[in-house]
Design a binder for this molecule. Structure first.
Ligand SMILES: *[C@@H]1O[C@H](CO)[C@@H](O)[C@H](O)[C@H]1NC(C)=O
Ligand SMILES: *[C@@H]1O[C@H](CO)[C@@H](O)[C@H](O)[C@H]1NC(C)=O
Ligand SMILES: *[C@@H]1O[C@H](CO)[C@@H](O)[C@H](O)[C@H]1NC(C)=O
Ligand SMILES: *[C@@H]1O[C@H](CO)[C@@H](O)[C@H](O)[C@H]1NC(C)=O
Ligand SMILES: *[C@@H]1O[C@H](CO)[C@@H](O)[C@H](O)[C@H]1NC(C)=O
Ligand SMILES: *[C@@H]1O[C@H](CO)[C@@H](O)[C@H](O)[C@H]1NC(C)=O
Ligand SMILES: [Zn+2]
Length: 578
């Protein structure tokens, strides 16, 4: 996974010394890779929140991963019950299991719901299930169905002047590969609860019916407890996040934008990171406050074909191959800024981990004040296979097509290259870079060059031309603040749930920010709020993450209960303190 140091005879290999820390970091990355990405609405990156997270040179000796003051809600009637009551726990397990049993699977391409209700029959079952299981939600919240299956619940607050709080989750799950069925400990749609492990098993148990049900449970319980918000609370639940949210989140978001306008929402919480144990008894929560961008290019070498007995020196396949080799030989540079959310996690680890080496701690903490240390830190991050992609634009050639017959020259060869765009970079700079390499090859072989099909940079030649077309694009997400009043309520609530509810006295708990490489449904919601956080209130174990979108997906019951407690407290705290 990472390089061993030279002097391994005297020191334990770095991956053993840093195991807990690294497994936390690895966990951080793994979760990200499973969120499907794409997006059809290019939006400009916003400048807000772009300042370095921890002030300037002045406070170099102040701890920068400080413990945040826990924000305790005065209305907390059910927190003990949610976290510790056996009857609540049992009924919560049942609510989650039953939801997992309804196989709301989506594929990569799905029909419009109105065109094919039968395709979506399990989603209708799930809606009936919500209605039966959460009667208070059903009675007191207004339900609107957006594009048939998108669910928009509105819990009207008493003060319409206050911007609503918006909670998201998605109803859909990824399919189960039939060939893996025999590897599942329990059938994927059994929702089996196993008392031995204290896990609920099944597809969607962790992505993200856990969050979906946690939101319903928290609101249901607040209603039972007689809580009356003055600030409106909204649940916005898409149904095709795993297919990039085109039918669900895109429509929900534009409906909400119409109703509440630009920046009309106080804050948005969606699926994302949770809490990691970065070292023994040291826990760090990492709400994700930005996302990398996304762009797919289709690159075509459009030649003329002919009989293969009289070939040119280079066929379109050969030329495509050379272009691909050029791309791969020239990966994007590592570009790390201190507002990269992973720096928050590294800082917390450096300040509070007992097992990280002194040298690495110095490198991390000294980097903002010393260019040499910054270079060393970038080297360190770039050596971690699971971290490095969070500080550069990635590239992956994922599809290639060319040629149909042994004795015919391929007229056209096309390939698709997918990029995840680094923070502070942009789709256009990736476009420019790809055009540069395409231009070099076009000139070398005497081809023309165009972009997006018909915009010619070099005219068509006798041989043909190369075209570079953008298929899908999404700029890196705006940064949501990691300081200020909205952040303080979020972080203070998380601190309270864990410090005063979940953890023991000798366990330390910190809140910082996180990043993963994928995108969630929030990519459609940027205009609605400057405060978008992707976070689930659960301590997340690395073994559990490996099962997301894979075999044996499961969730631990304590993690599910703390996720409910977080939503409950966050709704109350936003109401009381914002
Ligand atoms: C609930 O609030 C009361 C009063 O603020 C406090 O004494 C109690 O510890 C809180 N309970 C929980 C579980 O947070
Ligand atoms: C919860 O379920 C367990 C079995 O899993 C049982 O032992 C316990 O008595 C139940 N608690 C309540 C309050 O029903
Ligand atoms: C929920 O169920 C009740 C009956 O139990 C029914 O009257 C109501 O129409 C249902 N609501 C929805 C949204 O399906
Ligand atoms: C997987 O098996 C189920 C049940 O046997 C079947 O309905 C489904 O079509 C199969 N899926 C694929 C992709 O083969
Ligand atoms: C967001 O707002 C910008 C500027 O107001 C606008 O250009 C863009 O189309 C909006 N995007 C969405 C998804 O509403
Ligand atoms: C909202 O209600 C809470 C009590 O639940 C109260 O403390 C707070 O001041 C109210 N906020 C506003 C703006 O009315
Ligand atoms: Zn998800």
């Amino acid at each position: 996974m990472i390089a061993l140091p030279e002097n391994k005879a005297v020191k334990k290999p770095i991956w053993q010394r840093h195991r807990a820390f690294l497994s936390g970091i690895v966990a951080l990355i793994i979760i990200g890779t499973f969120f499907l990405t794409s997006g059809l609405h290019p939006l400009p990156p916003s400048p807000h929140g772009h300042k370095p997270p921890h002030g300037g040179k002045g406070d170099r000796h102040k701890p920068r991963c400080e413990k945040i003051d826990a924000l305790s809600p005065s209305f907390n009637r059910s927190i003990d019950t949610i976290l510790h009551d056996s009857a609540f726990r049992n009924s919560s397990i049942k609510k989650l299991s039953d939801a997992v049993r309804i196989p709301t699977v989506v594929q990569d391409k799905n029909p419009q719901p109105a065109d094919d209700p039968d395709y979506y029959k399990h989603f209708y079952e799930l809606h009936d299930y919500f209605n039966e299981t959460f009667p208070h939600v059903n009675k007191h919240l207004k339900l609107e169905k957006i594009n048939e299956l998108g669910l928009l619940y509105t819990w009207e607050g008493s003060d319409p002047e206050l911007k609503p709080l918006l909670l998201m989750a998605h109803q859909d799950v990824v399919p189960v590969n039939n060939e893996t069925l025999s590897s599942w400990n329990f059938p994927p749609f059994s929702g089996h609860y196993d008392p031995e492990t204290d896990f609920v098993w099944g597809r969607g148990s962790n992505d993200c019916k856990n969050l979906l049900i946690a939101e319903f449970e928290a609101v249901e319980q607040l209603l039972i407890d007689g809580f009356k918000p003055n600030r409106t609370v909204i649940l916005s639940l898409g149904f095709d996040e795993e297919a990039s949210g085109i039918l669900g989140a895109a429509n929900l978001a534009s409906f909400l934008h119409e109703r509440y306008g630009d920046d009309g929402i106080y804050s948005i919480i969606d699926e994302g990171e949770g809490i990691m144990e970065v070292d023994k008894d040291v826990f760090v929560a990492t709400p994700i406050n930005t996302e990398k961008g996304y762009v797919d290019f289709e690159i075509s070498i459009l030649g003329h074909g002919g009989h293969s007995s009289v070939p040119p020196d280079h066929t379109t396949i050969g030329i495509a191959s050379e272009l691909i080799s050029d791309f791969e030989a020239n990966p994007f540079d590592y570009e790390f800024e201190f507002d990269n959310p992973i720096y928050g996690l590294l800082t917390c680890a450096a300040e509070h981990s007992k097992s990280l080496s002194k040298d690495l701690k110095k490198t991390i903490l000294g980097a903002p004040f010393c260019p040499r240390r910054k270079d060393k830190l970038v080297d360190f991050i770039s050596e971690q296979n699971h971290l490095r992609n969070l500080i550069r634009t990635t590239q992956a050639v994922d599809i290639i097509n060319g040629g149909v017959k042994a004795n015919a020259l391929p007229e056209t060869t096309r390939f698709l290259i997918n990029h995840r765009v680094n923070l502070h970079s942009s789709v256009s700079s990736v476009f420019e870079r790809n055009m540069e390499y395409a231009k070099k090859i076009a000139k070398k072989y005497g081809y023309g060059l165009s972009k997006n099909g018909d915009d010619f940079i070099i005219p068509e030649t006798d041989l043909g031309h190369i075209d570079v077309t953008v298929l899908r694009e999404l700029e890196p997400a705006p940064f949501s603040p990691n300081s200020g009043p909205v952040w303080d309520i979020l972080a203070g609530t998380i601190q309270n749930v864990f410090e005063n509810g979940v953890l023991q006295n000798d366990e330390e708990f910190y809140v910082t920010t996180g990043l993963f490489s994928g995108n969630t449904d929030t990519k459609y919601y940027w205009n609605l709020s400057k405060n978008i956080y992707r976070f689930v209130g659960s301590i997340i174990d690395i073994d559990l993450l490996k099962t997301l979108h894979s075999v044996n997906e499961h969730v631990d019951v304590p993690g599910h209960l703390s996720a409910i407690a977080f939503v409950y407290e966050y709704i109350v705290n936003v109401n009381e303190y914002a």
